[in-house]
Design a protein around this ligand. Structure first.
Ligand code: HCB
Length: 213
């Protein structure tokens, strides 16, 4: 089983768009759960691509092709993700911070949270804080969760401003705030006065349930 994960990660790292998708389909046919394929194969592959980019071994066009491979495989896997859809667990506003276009992880978290009974409004990428606050203020739901992502140390700083704006708007009492993305740590969450973070999509579902119960 582990071979499938390593092979998928390697194909993605070599920017093999169609072969990555084909290997995911093979893994599915072998009975491997879609979430495991995503987290142990594709996400690990992207992590390694990031490390190699940082080490100067890969360049932007290659990262873009790896992201394309990830997105194509996600088109196959996303519809197969199943969760507990029995009741509405709450209303979620999901977005990627202003200045940031990295949407792979946010899409994954939004899909998984949605597959687990939450109603998810996806605002997309490069979203100004003012838009998030407006959406939160006008939401009529009594359970409201903000799921924000930032992949860059620069865009992550916007999360601190967002917490300030939420407080100033007087809506902190009705909004729980979960932030994630590679640079986000528990220390950062404590510093900005948010409610939680999660390392990956399934941990994000657990945290969302915990915050909304
Ligand atoms: Co991009 N990029 N990139 N990039 N990129 C990063 C993020 C760097 C860390 C790479 C590096 O230097 N090592 C770096 C940021 C450095 C920094 O600030 N510290 C970087 C940079 C600098 C840039 C550009 C500025 C490069 C340039 O133009 N010179 C540019 C930025 C453009 C912009 O946003 N304004 C850029 C562009 C790109 C693309 C377009 C080529 C592509 C994005 C494609 C897309 O998303 N549609 C890209 C990619 C793919 C990456 C890396 C390689 C992978 C990111 C990724 O998809 N990971 C990334 C390296 C890295 O992260 N190590 C690199 C896989 C997903 C599954 O993981 O962490 O996003 P995730 O999400 C997880 C997890 O965090 C959690 O669950 C998810 C699922 O498991 N989670 C949450 C996420 N959100 C959550 C919210 C919650 O509430 C809870 C949990």
């Amino acid at each position: 089983m582990a071979d499938y994960f390593a092979e998928i990660a390697e194909l993605l790292g070599k920017q093999k768009v169609n072969d990555t998708d084909a290997k995911c389909k093979e893994a599915l046919a072998a009975g491997i759960a879609p979430l495991d394929i995503i987290q142990k194969g594709l996400a690990e592959g992207m992590k390694s691509v990031g490390d190699r980019f940082q080490a100067g071994e890969l360049f932007l066009p290659q990262i873009m092709m790896s992201a394309k491979a990830m997105n194509k495989a996600m088109e196959t896997l996303e519809p197969l993700l199943k969760g507990d859809n029995s009741a509405s667990a709450g209303y979620v506003i999901s977005f990627v911070q202003e200045g940031d276009i990295h949407d792979i992880g946010n899409r994954l978290v939004s899909t998984m949270v949605g597959a687990n009974g939450f109603t998810v409004k996806v605002l997309g990428t490069d979203v100004p804080n003012e838009t998030v606050v407006e959406e939160a203020a006008k939401a009529e739901a009594d359970k409201l969760l903000i799921v924000g992502s930032a992949l860059m140390t620069t865009s992550m700083l916007g999360q601190k401003d967002l917490m300030r704006l939420i407080n100033e708007a007087g809506i902190r009492g009705k909004v729980k705030c979960m932030f994630g993305g590679a640079p986000v740590t528990n220390e950062w969450i404590a510093e900005i006065g948010a409610d939680g973070t999660a390392e990956n999509a399934s941990a994000a579902v657990d945290m969302a349930k915990k915050l909304m119960c």
